[in-house]
Design a protein around this ligand. Structure first.
Ligand SMILES: *Cc1c(COP(=O)(O)O)cnc(C)c1O
Length: 396
């Protein structure tokens, strides 16, 4: 028997789906069809009854979904996976597929806003209760998990402060409480953090971010064991968050370069974070790769790189912060993250019409907080642009 060595992530991104390729084209064909024809009655019966068949009806799956799921599953060390039309499509499929009335979920106080709303509003209407704890406090998880729970929802690092959850410690507590552990690994990517190896049961991604990487599509992925993924598939086909064939093709193309993008972004973001932290107009930089991050030791333990997102607190009020963001040449003022273009968000701008600086502080919205997602521009150019903007700030 010949022994084939396991592939590195870089190679998995290009070849994990080789066995699913058909025809002689180097790139995959776009299966641009809502439905697929059967050769005979027997084949039709098989297509209609086999779970996760990828050539029956596109809401049930298509050949590109399967290729994407194979690659992400291999990167995360999972058996298999499922693709959805957005990150929230994947997360809501997980929640609605696995939870039932009377179940209890333990989650973080800080999650992607859609996840928070799903747990605190939508699921509450169906009799699922959720308890939210400080993700940085493992003892708080221990207290919450002294009682049984059906699911523990985790996300690390989180927006915008790059707070971390001790994934291995919390997964152990969760399993002792009988819970399924779900980790949103969007910010880290499978290249910087592998939650299944730390004890998680399922990993979800907003593939809109790093996996797709080009700010041109929305998509989601969930990976885990085959029995659970098949159960989630049977939920997904009734929820209907189906990724279109064209977007699946774009996602697959974007994913091929994930390793070079993430490596470069890890390096650039660290350089940018270090430069900004040294600027007199910056009060603080929250980035897990900086030694000043309160959880830097945990970051080094559970991550192999620190990603491209950081939170910046400027020595400025709302108006100067808004002027700084609007005056930058390179980072575009837009939500989302993880793509080739750097993006920046002034968090408080959403409340600008309703609250003044004092009101924002009272509500816990810091008017001087911005989130930066570092892209593939040369780090020296980003640092020069950001520094020029910071130099114009008057001390508040
Ligand atoms: C963007 C995001 C989501 C939601 O993904 P969509 O693709 O926008 O639905 C979920 N979790 C995290 C951490 C995200 O950044």
């Amino acid at each position: 028997m010949t022994h084939t060595p396991p592939l590195h992530p870089d190679s998995l991104l290009l070849h994990a789906d080789d066995a699913l390729h058909e025809g002689s084209s180097v790139t995959p064909m776009i299966p641009w069809s809502a439905t697929f024809s059967a050769e005979d009655a027997q084949a039709f019966a098989r297509m209609a009854s086999e779970p996760m068949h990828e050539r029956y009806y596109t809401r049930y799956g298509n050949p590109l979904h399967r290729r994407i799921a194979r690659i992400v599953a291999d990167l995360e060390g999972a058996e298999t996976g499922l693709v959805a039309a957005s990150g929230m499509g994947a997360i809501s499929t997980v929640a609605l597929g696995l939870l039932k009335q009377g179940d209890r979920v333990v989650a973080q106080r800080n999650h992607y806003m859609g996840t928070t709303k799903l747990l605190s509003e939508l699921l509450a209407r169906f009799g699922v209760s959720a308890e939210f704890v400080d993700q940085t406090d493992t003892d708080a998880f221990a207290r919450a998990l002294a009682r049984p729970a059906a699911m523990v929802m985790l996300e690390s690092p989180t927006n915008p402060d790059c707070s971390l959850t001790d994934l291995a410690a919390v997964a152990a507590l969760a399993h002792a409480a009988g819970a399924t552990v779900v980790v949103d690994n969007t910010f880290a990517t499978p290249l910087n953090q592998r939650p299944l190896a730390l004890g998680a049961d399922l990993v979800v991604h907003s593939a809109t971010k790093y996996l797709g990487g080009h700010h041109d599509l929305t998509a989601g992925v969930v990976v885990g064991d085959a029995a659970t993924i098949e159960r989630l598939w049977s939920t997904q086909i009734v929820l209907g968050a189906t990724l279109s064939p064209m977007d699946a093709w774009l996602l697959l193309r974007g994913m091929r370069t994930l390793s070079v993008r993430v490596r470069r972004i890890n390096e650039s973001a660290l350089a940018v974070a270090q430069a900004l932290a040294a600027h007199p107009s910056v009060a603080s930089v929250s980035y897990p790769g900086l030694a000043s991050h309160p959880q830097h030791a945990l970051a080094r333990r559970q991550m192999s790189g620190f990603g491209g997102v950081m939170g910046l607190r400027l020595r400025a009020g709302y108006d100067d912060t808004a002027r700084f963001v609007a005056g930058l040449r390179l980072p575009q003022h837009a939500v989302s993250l993880g793509g080739v273009e750097s993006l920046i968000v002034h968090a408080a701008a959403m409340w600008a019409g309703t609250l003044d600086d004092a009101g924002m502080r009272l509500a816990g919205i810091e008017p001087e907080l911005v989130r930066l997602s570092v892209g593939l521009e040369h780090p020296d150019d980003l640092i020069a642009d950001l520094t020029r903007g910071l130099d114009t700030l008057r001390p508040a």
